[in-house]
Design a protein around this ligand. Structure first.
Ligand code: DTR
Ligand code: ZN
Ligand code: ZN
Ligand code: CA
Length: 447
């Protein structure tokens, strides 16, 4: 590769070898990884093994929800009698199992809506692991896959916690949401009802909306790479290769939690999108057909369930609940919070950011916060780099200069003791000189 002539008066030379330029070009052409900020998942430590949840129990709940719909005009929709009957059914099971249940009402479209919150007594209530599912159906059908399946899956997991007499070190909470089908009304209402302090105590929210689709897929929510990996690894142990869901962005009850800065994960077996032949080859079922041909229809009955998918997905819920609630409540010092997703930095353009969400810490950030930065760039003098704290405080890590060397691969030390540790931190990078380009390869905070 011959060196191109500088296109501007200020003479600069790229210090990159030809090979490095090829590598960099390849990296720039690779689509940015879909992963979002990585936060640590506690090690299972001395945790009891998660049980195999009997799918027959989950199906028994679905049969009850079907009967409720049949007895109430064929649906379990917000504002209809079938919804309240569904809530009463779930609440009675939880009360009998020793949960502390709270019915939270809201008003929507002239009707009273209900969220049901169930707390398992014990555990550190400043570290809450929560699972949720919407319990309402559309008005046009009984809503057994959407979302009797997720509702029954978390219900049976909650009952298994009780049967096992689980004493997790973190606090467990389950939620059944109303009026999801009108735009996540119930879950938004719940998140908005929490104080900022109570929101920050929710360390993880797991959402389950449609987990028994009749022509099933095995999709994980991709927003948090550690939670994504937790489910991916679980299914890998069953010999099933999951895919990350791209159908659900902002489309279910995880969205309000995500908007509040809470890390979210979940599982999904597919709605009205079509299964590809590659997906049918690895998961079985029928290519060219929707995952759920009865999505939002009157045929979403108790016959509209794939028992194998429902069984595996429910076992995965239990695995996640057992694993996430068992860990030590304070990550040890030296815990690394990292984002490895590539972010392109536009040449001589606007600033870009990459986020890392810190959870599970108490108090403020360290006086010597270590900020590890790995930026690939052909001329690092172009770069201005800031660390932006969750409260918006900005720390300048590096100014622009005429330093013609490539890449920023270093660790900065920042006195961040004036700001709270938990929350979403951002690395902000701007390229302020023309011609040379690059990308954020990864960055991390060590607490
Ligand atoms: N929100 C769902 C349907 C839905 C569509 N895509 C996804 C992805 C992940 C979870 C759910 C969904 C409904 O209730 O209609
Ligand atoms: Zn729906
Ligand atoms: Zn749904
Ligand atoms: Ca540049």
């Amino acid at each position: 590769m011959t060196e191109r002539a500088p296109r501007r008066s200020r003479l600069r030379r790229s210090a990159l070898s030809a090979a490095a330029v090829v590598t960099l070009a390849a990296a720039l052409l690779t689509p940015a990884a879909a992963a979002s900020p990585t936060t640590p998942v506690a090690a299972p430590s001395a945790a009891a093994a998660a049980p195999d949840i009997p799918v027959a129990n989950v199906k028994a709940h679905l049969a009850q929800l079907q009967s409720i719909a049949t007895a109430n005009g064929g649906n379990r929709a917000h504002g209809r009698t079938g919804y309240k009957a569904s809530i009463d059914y779930v609440k009675a099971k939880l009360d009998a199992a020793g949960y502390t249940t709270t019915l939270k009402t809201f008003s929507y479209n002239g009707s009273t809506g209900y969220n049901l919150i169930a707390d398992w007594p014990g555990g550190d209530t400043s570290h809450v692991v929560m699972a949720g599912a919407h319990l309402d159906s559309v008005t046009g059908g009984p809503g057994i896959n959407d979302n009797g399946s997720g509702s029954a899956g978390i219900l049976e997991t909650a009952l298994a916690v009780s049967r096992a007499g689980l004493t997790p070190s973190k606090h467990l909470r389950f939620g059944w949401w109303g009026a999801e089908e009108y735009g996540m009304v119930g879950s938004k209402n719940y998140v908005n009802s929490l104080s900022v302090a109570d929101r920050s105590k929710i360390e993880t929210y797991l959402n389950f909306d449609m987990i028994g689709s009749p022509n099933p897929g095995y999709f994980t929510y991709r927003y948090d790479s550690a939670l994504d990996a937790l489910f991916r690894d679980y299914f890998a142990g069953l010999g099933i290769s999951t895919e990350q869901d791209f159908e659900g962005d902002g489309r279910s009850d995880h969205a309000p939690f995500q908007d509040a800065g809470i890390r979210v994960g979940g599982l999904f077996s597919g709605a009205d999108y079509t299964k590809t032949s590659a997906q049918a080859a690895k998961w079985g079922g029928t290519a060219g057909q929707p995952f759920d041909r009865c999505y939002h229809s009157s045929c979403d009955t108790s016959a509209n369930i794939n028992d194998t998918a429902l069984d595996r997905m429910t076992d995965a819920i239990a695995y996640a609940i057992w694993t996430l609630s068992a860990g030590s409540t304070t990550p040890p010092t030296g815990t690394v919070f990292e984002n490895t997703a590539d972010v392109q930095i536009p040449d001589n353009g606007a600033a870009v950011t990459s986020a890392v969400t810190v959870t599970g810490r108490t108090g403020n950030a360290p006086a010597a916060l270590q900020v590890g930065v790995d930026i690939k760039h052909t001329y690092r003098g172009d770069l201005v780099i800031d660390l932006v704290a969750p409260n918006g405080t900005s720390y300048r890590l590096k100014a622009s200069s005429s330093d013609s060397a490539p890449n920023v691969q270093t660790t900065y030390t920042v006195n961040a003791s004036a700001v709270a540790a938990n929350g979403t931190w951002k690395l902000k990078v701007q390229d302020v000189g023309p011609q040379d380009t690059g990308y954020i390869d990864s960055w991390k905070l060590t607490f």
